[in-house]
Write a protein that binds this ligand. Structure first.
Ligand SMILES: [Zn+2]
Length: 317
């Protein structure tokens, strides 16, 4: 059997991680480098000249032209954090390198912080991933399917279930030989209106979308995409059709990774973020060794999200 090139890639080992980001000075230097790769630029006036100083241990830059002061974390998702940067880096490392999802409870144990803090860190980082994935568009051949998470019946196809079941759409762009390439997930009901919203955001006009007979998927044509409908008998047999091999593989892995990791209520309330995390990781799965640096770059470019916003479930829907 051929080696799976995702599973067997070296990634960023814990030893290498500790080497690069083992203490707060290293993390601070990495953050500055990621945020201002060509040197500090004043966020107020754009001037490139500054002096620096420390206040309560935190590094600040002061603009020479307008005297604006800016800490290395202000204006990023780390803004106002009381935690050492090394904890944040460890959280980013665990969330990007683990094979399975790391729940807030596990993060709490690894980081030695309280549950509330771990939960908030995880959600802030998931929000970074969601924002980063928002503009992604699938093109070429795209398999699309509807699914539920939380108490789905065998095969995960539509059906009635518990009230915490989250309906979502999974779309997978395939290579010419049918391998999954990129994916987009969106929590939504299975209506033509919502499929049209999904398509407008995530499907390129030049794509060819393959779906089963569920009528609402015809709405992908609204963006100009081709639509191929493969009418199946439904039930378990339809999950084994070659036309849907990529999306079914992805959905199978997703369900295995997510089942049991999250509390059902939490998942239902914040599904937009819980789905963004596996999407972000999947779409970068061939580059495990650089994913932390890329998440850091996204984190310093993402505006701060206060806890109150993070707890508001409607953000980003
Ligand atoms: Zn300035």
């Amino acid at each position: 059997m051929a080696m799976n090139r995702v599973q067997f890639q070296p990634g960023l080992s814990m030893a290498e991680f500790m080497n690069r980001y083992g203490n707060d000075e290293q993390c601070e230097a990495a953050l500055v480098e990621s945020r201002w790769p060509t040197g500090f630029v004043c966020p107020a006036c754009g001037c490139g000249h500054s002096s620096s100083f420390r206040r309560e241990g935190r590094l600040y830059f002061q603009c020479t032209a307008c005297r604006h002061q800016c800490s290395v974390i202000s204006g990023t998702i780390f803004e106002a954090t009381k935690l050492p940067l090394s904890r944040w880096f460890l959280a980013m490392h665990l969330l990007t390198q683990s094979k399975n999802n790391v729940a807030a409870l596990e993060l709490m144990r690894h980081l030695g912080v309280c549950y509330k803090t771990a939960w908030l860190m995880k959600h802030k980082l998931m929000e970074v991933m969601r924002v980063r994935e928002e503009p992604r568009q699938l093109d070429g051949r795209v398999e699309i399917d509807d699914a539920y998470l939380g108490g789905e019946r065998s095969g995960g196809k539509r059906g009635r279930g518990s009230e915490n079941k989250v309906p979502f759409v999974a779309a997978v762009q395939t290579t010419p030989d049918g391998q999954p390439q990129f994916m987009c997930l969106r929590q939504q009901p299975f209506t033509a209106e919502e499929v049209a919203v999904f398509a407008a955001r995530s499907i390129a006009p030049s794509a060819t979308v393959v779906s089963d007979g569920l009528w609402c998927f015809g709405a992908v044509k609204i963006v100009g995409a081709e639509h191929e409908r493969v009418v199946t008998g439904g039930g378990k047999a339809s999950t084994e059709l070659p036309e849907f091999r990529a999306v079914n593989t992805v959905l199978g892995n997703l369900k295995r990774a997510l089942s049991g990791t999250y509390h059902a209520f939490d998942f239902a309330k914040y599904a937009h973020r819980y789905l963004a995390e596996p999407q972000y990781r999947f779409n970068r799965r061939f580059n495990l060794s650089s994913i932390l640096a890329r998440l850091l770059r996204a984190a310093v470019l993402t505006s701060p999200n206060p806890a109150s916003l993070i707890r508001a479930a409607e953000v980003g829907r």
